[in-house]
Design a protein around this ligand. Structure first.
Ligand code: ADP
Ligand code: ZN
Length: 731
């Protein structure tokens, strides 16, 4: 069915900050279609917009300004328009910001003539220079993708002439932009791996769901290594057989070459890739190809959810519990929840895959809203690791040491046998606190309410909130005493120091996000570990996800108590997920020795620690769910956060109190307002932050109530920012 056609006037959603909503314009000669991207005049400017509906009818045609021109790009589908509209209503985001999410392809409004593109075409040049090598490296880093000529030179840090030289020598070729080049077809008919019985059953169930061509959500649960990926690739195969498109969302960090290789092995070609590392030209190509059904499968980070698929039949959200699916910037949304919304509009299936689902998804499955499929064992011979605690109250710990004698013994035994050990400590840097031994002063950030963290490899103090750095002082900035500044507590760098002292002949690798300057460097480090070139891995949560280290048989959690405290109600859940994932790294694949995971703790009786040890994850979720229900917390009740910020604390506090005094529209729907109170991190980048929390019964029309409440708010002081976070992650 062709989209509705408007011969005269049209409502155009305009992509600007200041226009909230839609404006009427005169359709150009020949009319416009729903979803068509256009350029329209707005005051003295020209801005991009999308046709959002027919004109209102009661306008004076003579006064309407005409659409300036049509954009040479496929129109947004009716489903996409409904999705953006409903998501905007749900998240209380103005339409222009929603539209911007859906038109993230660069230069969509540029005329097509400038569409030249460079790609690898022949052997390396005979005369290789550093500059030429840099260009070839950039191409390789991006998996052979195409580039605009200027873009390639810029990324490589060379002059455009170097790129032109490589074109002349035949190493590179210049062609039409791949915006028009379809992705290679994936073949669902190629044989997949023979599946184990529980995998086959789950795959059958998913295939049947996908074949219905209707909405449904399935929670696919199974420990790490149980073969969930193999199973959902079968759902992708069915989706492709149906002639529909599939989207696999992964946490950014898991978007590895390994995953793309698996897709290629299964379907004979690589999928479209969408994440922060792809080039502008590739972005534009994927956007267009998604809209014209010239890409069958897209693998991407959360923003891939906003690609304009022509016929989306399946969305997989892998590691569905992962906090990187929640965006808390400009538009506050959960990609997992919005995947469910989009699928319900597109008559598509959703698969939420996880070893440690969120409590929300667990409850939805228990309530029958989602179907649940369980993979019960690890694939093949790999066994779950043995779990144990090291009770730190009973260990003789030396000052300034963090590896207990018990854990050290196990590490030494692994080293002897040529196996790998992983020490997990979720703290970047050398030490979390730098303090003066003379006066006790701790060094904080000048712009944030946060301590500066020593990073010894960089030889600087770093603020983990805003990224500000400063040199490590020799004298105390408070009392001026020289030589008394001390590092307190461990970070991964300090742990590495201890390991080097105690296991001087071991090959050590530290995996912490700040130590890698490119995705490529991280990839290389991970490949080296996989190849067995490391004995001891020290890592932050970077190691919890997705990497497969077959020789790894010991996981030591240095501080299992680290995430357990805190006022946040989700602390237990997060801590449980993280430790379960990390522990699952031990003995992944048919290693001879069964893996061992040891949790160092001062509170072995804590319910989270006990749940990890017992392996009865269901009990943990049921207990968490019961607590949430008793407290009226999500998913049993609804929450919304209001975050206000301003450079001056009194200004933001006054305004927040003024808002709180007028909360009648909230109370009218049975919602309660908590706060205002200083946000957990009160100052970030020089802005003071105050938070309010709204809790409402499940069925209450929270968004409408918040909108009504904010509509009658007093005029905000200049420079005040207010954000609404529906379903906040922390509460
Ligand atoms: P998960 O996604 O649950 O962590 P994966 O699908 O990644 O599990 O499977 C773990 C490992 O087992 C992978 O190396 C995968 O290739 C392998 N594997 C899983 N299922 C099969 C199968 N049916 N046949 C052969 N190898 C399999
Ligand atoms: Zn800071």
């Amino acid at each position: 069915m062709p989209p509705p056609f408007y011969p005269h006037g049209a409502r155009i959603a305009v992509l600007t900050q200041e226009v909230v909503g839609v404006l009427d314009y005169l359709a150009p000669e020949g009319g416009v279609r729903l979803g068509q991207l256009v350029v329209v005049p707005l005051g003295p400017r020209r801005v991009m917009g999308a046709v959002w509906g027919p004109g209102m009818g009661d306008f004076d045609m003579a006064k309407l300004r005409p659409v300036a021109r049509l954009v040479d790009a496929p129109p947004l589908s009716g489903g996409m328009i409904e999705f953006l509209t409903r998501m905007g209503e749900y998240t209380l985001t103005p339409l222009p910001a929603m539209l911007r999410m859906a038109t993230r392809a660069p230069d969509l409004d540029q005329p097509p003539s400038a569409r030249r593109i460079i790609h690898r075409a022949g052997p390396p040049p005979e005369r290789m220079t550093d500059a030429r090598a840099a260009v070839l490296r950039v191409i390789e880093d991006h998996g052979g993708a195409g580039f605009a000529p200027g873009e390639l030179a810029q990324l490589a840090g060379v002059s455009p002439g170097v790129v032109q030289g490589l074109v002349k020598s035949g190493t590179l070729a210049e062609v039409l932009a791949p915006r028009d080049v379809p992705y290679p077809r994936l073949d669902p008919g190629l044989p997949g791996k023979p599946l184990a019985q529980d995998q086959a059953e789950a795959a059958d169930a998913l295939r049947a769901e996908v074949a219905r061509r209707a909405y449904g959500t399935t929670l696919l649960r199974g420990v790490t290594g149980s073969g969930k990926t193999e199973v959902y690739l079968e759902a992708v195969a069915e989706c492709l057989r149906q002639g529909r498109q599939a989207l696999v969302l992964l946490p950014e960090i898991a978007l590895s070459a390994e995953f793309l290789d698996r897709v290629e092995a299964r379907f004979g070609a690589r999928p479209g890739e969408w994440h922060s590392g792809i080039t502008r030209s590739e972005r534009r190509r994927l956007w267009t190809m998604a809209a014209t059904h010239n890409v069958g499968l897209v693998v991407g980070a959360r923003s891939a959810l906003f690609l304009p698929f022509a016929d989306l039949g399946l969305i997989v959200v892998d590691e569905e519990h992962d906090s990187s699916y929640k965006q808390e910037d400009v538009v506050y949304y959960s990609a997992r929840d919005m995947a469910v919304l989009r699928a319900s509009i597109e008559q598509a299936q959703v698969v939420l895959a996880s070893a440690t689902p969120s409590v929300e998804s667990w409850v939805n499955a228990a309530a029958g809203k989602y179907r649940r499929l369980d993979l019960r064992s690890r694939y093949g011979t790999a066994e779950l690791p043995e779990m144990g605690t090291v009770d730190l109250r009973q260990q003789e710990m030396e000052r300034g040491r963090w590896i207990s004698p018990r854990l050290a013994t196990e590490i030494a035994a692994r080293k002897q046998r040529g196996e790998q050990s992983l020490l997990f400590l979720n703290r970047r840097g050398y030490a979390p606190i730098t303090a003066c031994r003379a006066c006790g002063q701790q060094i904080g950030c000048d712009h944030c309410d946060a301590r500066m963290v020593e990073h010894r490899f960089q030889n600087r103090l770093v603020c983990h909130q805003c990224g500000e750095t400063k040199p490590i002082p020799t004298a105390c900035p408070a009392c001026g005493v020289e030589g008394k500044m001390t590092a307190i507590g461990p970070g991964v760098e300090r742990l590495a120091e201890e390991v080097a002292e105690r296991f001087p002949e071991a090959r050590v690798s530290v995996l912490s996000s700040d130590l890698f300057h490119s995705a490529r460097a991280l990839k290389e480090a991970i490949a080296e570990i996989g190849a067995g070139e490391t004995d001891i891995i020290i890592g932050t949560q970077l190691v919890a996800k997705g990497h497969n280290f077959p020789r790894l048989t010991l996981v030591g959690v240095i501080d299992a108590d680290l995430g357990l405290q805190g006022a946040d109600l989700r602390a237990a859940e997060r801590s449980f997920q993280l430790m379960r994932q990390v522990a699952g790294r031990a003995g992944r694949e048919g290693g001879e020795a069964r893996g061992l995971a040891l949790l160092q703790t001062y509170q072995p009786e804590h319910p989270v620690i006990r749940a990890i040890l017992s392996g009865r994850d269901e009990d943990f979720w049921d207990a968490e769910a019961a607590q949430r229900q008793a407290a009226g917390m999500p998913p049993f009740g609804r929450l919304a956060g209001i975050i206000l910020s301003h450079p001056d604390m009194p200004v933001v506090e006054d305004y927040a109190h003024a808002l709180a005094r007028r909360a009648e529209p909230l109370r009218a729907v049975g919602a309660e307002l908590f706060g205002p109170a200083p946000a957990p991190i009160t100052r970030i980048r020089g802005r003071c932050r105050v938070r309010m929390l709204i809790r409402a019964p499940r069925q209450a029309p929270v968004q409408a109530a918040i909108a009504a409440w904010l509509a009658q708010a007093p005029k905000p002081p200049t420079n005040l920012r207010l954000a609404v976070d529906i379903d906040p992650q922390s509460f």
